[in-house]
Design a protein around this ligand. Sequence first.
Ligand SMILES: Cc1cc2nc3c(=O)[nH]c(=O)nc-3n(C[C@H](O)[C@H](O)[C@H](O)COP(=O)(O)O)c2cc1C
Length: 118
Amino acid sequence: MQAIIYICTCNSQANLEINFMGTKENALFFEPYNLNGLQVSNRIVMAPMTRSRADNPAHTATELTALYYSQRATAGLIIAGGTFISPEAVGVINVPAIYSKEQVEGWKLTTDAVHKNR
Ligand SMILES: Cc1cc2nc3c(=O)[nH]c(=O)nc-3n(C[C@H](O)[C@H](O)[C@H](O)COP(=O)(O)O)c2cc1C
């Protein structure tokens, strides 16, 4: 099915409109939404993407990781990339892991930055 997506800028409420084969639907893109008990500020969901910003021997998320996610903090929901849960699981260079205390602290830089910038 073909869909034409455009953002209506004709009023102060910037709603996304989707035209499915001639049937226009107002998607309320920027409206708050309750996602099965998780209250999100809009319906924009960021898909997980592998970001290789943990350029350190400890595979720890750094300020650079925090910067990437904080720049996208206004999305309703961010799904961060996959993270390694054990040394054996590490399989991609510079991807942050989460099996040590130091790595957990590294990820906190990101969650703190996102919450500050949302
Ligand atoms: C852990 C994980 C990491 C991912 N990393 C990337 C990535 O680096 N780049 C990318 O384009 N898609 C990545 N994807 C896939 C996207 O999140 C998304 O699901 C994909 O683009 C599928 O979108 P589509 O179904 O609209 O094609 C990743 C998915 C997962 C689960």
